[in-house]
Design a protein around this ligand. Structure first.
Ligand SMILES: Cc1cc2nc3c(=O)[nH]c(=O)nc-3n(C[C@H](O)[C@H](O)[C@H](O)COP(=O)(O)OP(=O)(O)OC[C@H]3O[C@@H](n4cnc5c(N)ncnc54)[C@H](O)[C@@H]3O)c2cc1C
Length: 620
């Protein structure tokens, strides 16, 4: 361990791994300080990666040279494609992984492909001077200097676990909470919030009655998460999941014991995720639902433990056992570990900038759960961005931001820093206004557009040239088909008019792609990834163009700059708008309009004032 690094990343979870991996690619010294090296990349909850919106983040991270996609592929035991029959904007790949295998894969990828120095210790305080962080203090009081620090401490700051009426300090079951760091952050003047999340009990799969549950096999027709993964698993190589349901008996039991749960017994003050409620909340808030689905998901290739997805709770252990026994197929099941809720400190994300550094300390970056999110994918996406920007900051280069229409990471960052979080933030497709532009298949193309060439070359040297080649081939094919009329024989085979322009035909929803592919071997020149993108972009070109028009319109208005010397007080804004603009100092109309609580009429007042100022300047 040295006494100075360019960048110190605190915490080796999903955010810290991507942050340190991305940062070291810029040729600077990076230390990852984390409690124990063997918990790097640990999955705190369900060992699964992907799902709606999240799978696109995994592909964005992979396209930018990150780790999560490759690690998920290396440890996957089952793949499924959600919403296969629905439109491309909501299709999503989800992998069930081997919990230990995932951890091992992350550690291997980090160890073998990076210069990150791993330091096993706890960071107890940040060292700061004026508006700069200058280093960290470790558990034994040792101080290490840094040009920039990235905090990715997950659920550990002030972590407290609850199981029924029992409450004890911990960040994850079996791992101590972090006590000192929250105080240090408060001393720096940062505002902390208190959130909570939870996990279900685990069960012994050997004690499940499989005759009473429904099997859910894996799928073979999927695209792996990483662009570099070649192997496709057959259905036989994959492990099945199972489905069962809660019932009225389960719900009655939960209702009867509601006050014994930590959540309803008044023990927990932190706010939980609305979109991933515990079973107590589901039963209490939706009494009209007589049953809730429970997925029984394997914890690993050789593990007999199952993760009953859908029944996270903070009830006493004995009630958890009774609850499990009330569910079909689980009547005699053995609980291997109780479920629990965990409450922890997060830094209010509105204190951060879209580059993920803190407004008040421009070399302190945040990513993952500490920034108010929940989920491995969210943490990985933020980690990669924080690591990249911390490195660019250290090198005194322009930091990057990711536009909402090109990146779900961009959507998440924008939501967090301009709207804040009043509960653990999870990505959902509904959070994106340009969903059709944020599909799983085109993450590579978006990344190519979103990131400056020199930065992408550093982050993703293996893929950068390939993406350019794919994009150019797609462009050439579009030009070719837009200028190609079908011959009589071709038109007859496709049952269309002679001379029909191929590009027009391929944009029809009923186009027979298989026949066209057989007619034009050029199409087969595309690798499977750009081929899928090309197909969707042709088929949905009308809708995509409409969304792009909206993007351009918004960008045009959004790019109007707000003069630094505009006096918000003097232009007749509502009090809330005046306060928010003063607090966030938006650089342009786009940023101003995304701030929570700002209405279209506030924006109209702002534009009017900018126009007037411009006009007066011209006259003067
Ligand atoms: C009980 C529980 C249930 C969850 N349920 C879900 C769920 O259902 N779905 C979902 O998507 N997500 C869930 N999550 C969230 C998911 O696990 C996290 O969002 C994700 O792990 C966050 O990644 P991270 O990198 O921010 O932090 P973590 O993965 O928590 O990693 C933080 C790392 O920082 C280290 N650390 C902390 N403080 C210090 C310090 N001071 N010095 C050195 N090292 C430090 C820790 O040892 C750890 O290695 C759950 C989490 C928990 C704990």
């Amino acid at each position: 361990m040295r006494d100075f690094y360019n960048i110190i990343v605190v915490g080796g979870g999903h955010a810290g791994v991507e942050a340190s991996f991305a940062a070291q690619k810029f040729g600077i010294d990076v230390a990852l300080i984390t409690r124990t090296a063997d918990s790097i990349g640990r999955m705190s909850c369900n060992p699964s990666v992907g799902g709606l919106a999240k799978s696109r983040v995994v592909r964005e991270v992979d396209a930018m040279g990150g780790i999560i996609g490759a690690a998920a592929d290396m440890s996957a035991i089952q793949y499924r494609v959600l919403n296969r029959r629905k439109g491309p904007a909501v299709q999503a790949t989800r992998a069930q992984c081997d919990r230990n295998g995932y951890e091992r894969a992350v550690q291997k990828l980090l160890r073998e492909n990076s210069t990150v120095e791993i330091v096993e210790d706890s960071v107890k305080a940040l060292l700061w001077h004026g508006g700069k962080v200058v280093g960290v203090r470790l558990s034994a009081g040792t101080e290490i200097g840094a040009d920039a620090v990235i905090l990715t401490t997950g659920t550990f700051l002030g972590g407290k676990i609850f199981i029924g009426e029992k409450g004890f300090l911990a960040g994850r079951i079996g791992e101590d909470a972090e006590a000192g760091l929250s105080d240090s952050l408060k001393e720096m003047g940062l505002k902390l919030l208190r959130f909570k999340t939870g996990t279900p009990p685990r069960i012994d799969g050997r004690t499940v009655n499989y005759e009473k549950v429904q099997i859910q096999a894996g799928e073979k027709d999927y695209v792996p998460f990483s662009f570099e993964t070649m192997n496709i698993m057959s259905v036989e190589q994959q492990k099945p999941c199972y489905i069962t349901h809660t019932n009225e008996k389960t719900h009655d039991l939960i209702r009867e014991n509601l006050l014994l749960s930590a959540l309803y017994g008044g023990k927990i003050v932190g706010i939980g995720p609305r979109y991933c409620p515990s079973i107590e909340v589901k039963v209490e808030k939706f009494p009209q639902h007589k049953s809730h689905i429970v997925f029984l998901e394997p914890e690993g290739e050789n593990s007999y433990e199952l993760y009953p997805n859908g029944i996270s709770n903070s009830l006493p252990e004995e009630i958890q056992i009774e609850m499990l026994h009330s569910i079909s197929g689980l009547e005699n099941v053995e609980m291997t570990r109780p479920g629990y809720a965990v409450e922890y400190d997060v830094i209010d994300p509105i204190q951060a900038l879209p580059t993920l550094n803190i407004r008040a300390f421009d070399n302190l970056f945040l990513a993952g759960q500490i920034l108010g999110t929940s989920g491995y994918e969210e943490a990985a996406g933020l980690g990669l961005l924080a690591g990249t920007n911390a490195a660019l900051n250290v090198l005194q280069k322009k930091m990057i931001t990711l536009p909402r229409h090109l990146s779900y990471i961009g959507v998440m960052v924008d939501d967090l820093v301009y709207r804040g979080a009043d509960e653990p933030y999870r990505l959902l497709t509904g959070r994106a206004e340009y969903r059709l532009l944020l599909r799983e298949d085109n993450a590579w193309l978006s990344v190519l557009e979103a990131i400056p060439k020199d930065v992408l070359k550093i982050l993703s040297p293996n893929m950068h040239e390939k993406f350019i080649e794919w994009r150019d081939k797609m462009r050439n094919l579009t030009i070719f088909f837009d200028n190609k009329g079908f011959s009589r024989a071709e038109a007859e085979e496709l049952h269309i008019a002679n001379g029909t322009i191929a590009g027009k035909y391929l944009r029809r929803p009923d186009a027979d792609w298989e026949s066209v592919e057989a007619m034009f071997p050029k199409l087969a020149e595309l690798n499977a990834v750009p081929a899928a993108t090309f197909r969707v972009e042709m088929k949905y070109s009308g809708y995509i163009e409409r969304q792009m028009r909206d993007v351009r319109q918004f960008e045009k208005m959004g790019s109007i700059e707000i003069p630094d010397d505009l006096d918000y007080f003097a232009i007749g804004l509502r009090r809330e708008a005046f306060e928010k603009f003063n607090k966030f100092s938006p650089r342009n109309i786009g940023e101003a309009s995304r701030i929570a609580g700002i209405s279209p009429s506030d924006i109209a007042v702002l534009i009017g004032a900018i126009q007037k100022k411009f006009h007066n300047k011209q006259l003067g």
